[in-house]
Design a protein around this ligand. Structure first.
Ligand SMILES: [Zn+2]
Ligand SMILES: [Zn+2]
Length: 421
């Protein structure tokens, strides 16, 4: 029984290993977190973050691959003994958001974004995720003599989406062959969750994040004087009908149990109060968990657009772009992971957490190999916090050791006795 000594080793305050320092001492990880938080970098610009991560991983003695998908870094912990290959992923990028967390290491950085100088902050907690990954690597290195197989620590750029015209993120890492370095049998990731208390993690089997699609609709009519509507084909009236009718997809075409959102977020038409314009433009997003529902929504949008513009004598075009697919937690891996997390964190700290309609490009990894993505509480018990992507979302350092504990349990147990998936 290899299992008991390993578990004991993980629980003992001091480890009987040849590490230079106590791997539970995470002062260096906290220092990295404070640096990363104070020096956030936007998507596809994570150059300094990437450099520091690579340096830390090299210092641990890992095999390090850099410049994957621009700034991506992969650290390989190879125990030298045959066994499973398992991966964890941490995202690296920050957001064009002002840092109003009040943390002593709050960001005062700015960067150019879409032609404007903007404040930059880790408002999505990716500084926490990187710190957890580095801390987990440190822990595993300290017990490498007890492990077999390989662990991949994947540091991914541009999770928040790339600047217009650029490629990046999980998809580009895969396109550039990240799984040719080593092909994991499973991949894990966590994300900061301000709605959970420090000490808790949240999870769900099946869909966790939605597929995110973007659409641009152009409605074409005929221009006329605002006082002579009978000479016009009015794209503003068509747009109003289209916006209303698109909501019937949710209310009348979708199974009430099926998840789906159709949102029009941009409406553009006209220049002057007394002119009926020639065209109108609508932009929006569709969010789904299921490919069939996604196909159905796109088809219904075309039918609605053809019907309404046809009735008015106008025309339409629609660009419909599918970006990240849904992030779906592998059911078998989820069941297994829950059983590892409970003893590691305490039964009451491993909680059910409902899926969300935001998107996450971890989906690309989880479509390649079984994936499990869970949420890490970052808010002190009983305290209020703000939502992700807002200036006052505040993640505390104390969440980091909990994340390390959770990831260490998942990765070590996977190497020891991987589940049948
Ligand atoms: Zn985010
Ligand atoms: Zn995020």
């Amino acid at each position: 029984m290899h299992r008991i000594p390993l578990l004991l080793a993980l629980l003992l305050p001091t480890l009987p290993v040849a590490a230079q320092e106590d791997p539970r001492d995470i002062a260096d990880i906290i220092e990295f977190r404070h640096w990363a938080h104070a020096n956030p970098e936007l998507s596809n610009q994570e150059f300094e973050t990437s450099r520091r991560i690579a340096e830390y991983l090299r210092g641990l003695g890992l095999e390090v691959h850099t410049e994957i998908a621009i700034t991506g870094v992969v650290g390989i912990l190879d125990t030298g003994r045959p066994g499973p290959v398992v991966a964890m992923r941490a995202d690296m990028d920050a957001l064009p958001v002002e840092d109003r967390t009040g943390l002593p290491f709050a960001s005062t950085k700015t960067a150019e974004y879409l032609g404007n100088e903007v404040p930059v902050a880790h408002a999505c907690g990716h500084d926490i995720h990187m710190s957890v990954a580095l801390g987990t690597a440190k822990r595993l290195v300290a017990i490498r003599d007890e492990l077999r197989g390989k662990v991949m620590f994947i540091f991914q750029p541009a999770e928040e989406g790339t600047p217009p015209g650029e490629e990046g993120g999980a998809k580009l890492m895969l396109d550039e062959g990240v799984f040719d370095i080593a092909r994991p049998q499973a991949i894990f990731a966590l994300h900061s969750q301000p709605d959970l208390a420090i000490g808790d993690v949240g999870f769900i089997g099946g869909p966790a994040y939605a597929a995110s699609d973007q659409f641009v609709i152009r409605l074409k009519g005929r221009q006329a004087h605002g006082a002579l509507p009978h000479l016009a084909i009015d794209p503003v009236v068509m747009a109003a009908e289209v916006i209303q009718a698109l909501q019937t997809i949710r209310s009348r075409n979708l199974d009430p149990q099926a998840a789906g959102v159709v949102t029009v977020g941009v409406v553009n038409a006209g220049q002057r109060y007394n002119i009926i314009p020639e065209t109108a433009e609508l932009q929006g997003t569709v969010r789904t968990y299921d490919g069939e529902v996604q196909d159905m929504i796109e088809r219904r949008m075309h039918e609605i657009l053809a019907g309404i513009t046809g009735a008015h004598g106008g025309e339409y075009s629609m660009e419909y772009k599918r970006t990240a697919p849904a992030t779906v937690n592998h059911f078998g891996l989820t069941d297994w992971a829950r059983e590892q997390l409970r003893p590691a964190l305490g039964e009451e700290h491993v909680k059910y957490f409902p899926p969300v309609m935001a998107a996450e490009d971890f989906a690309y990894f989880a479509n390649e190999v079984p994936g499990f993505y869970f949420w890490l509480g970052v808010t002190p018990e009983g305290k209020e916090n703000s939502a992700l992507h807002t200036p006052t979302m505040r993640a505390e350092d104390e969440a980091i050791p909990v994340g390390i504990e959770a990831m260490t349990a998942l990765l070590t147990r996977f190497l020891e006795a991987p589940p049948e998936l």
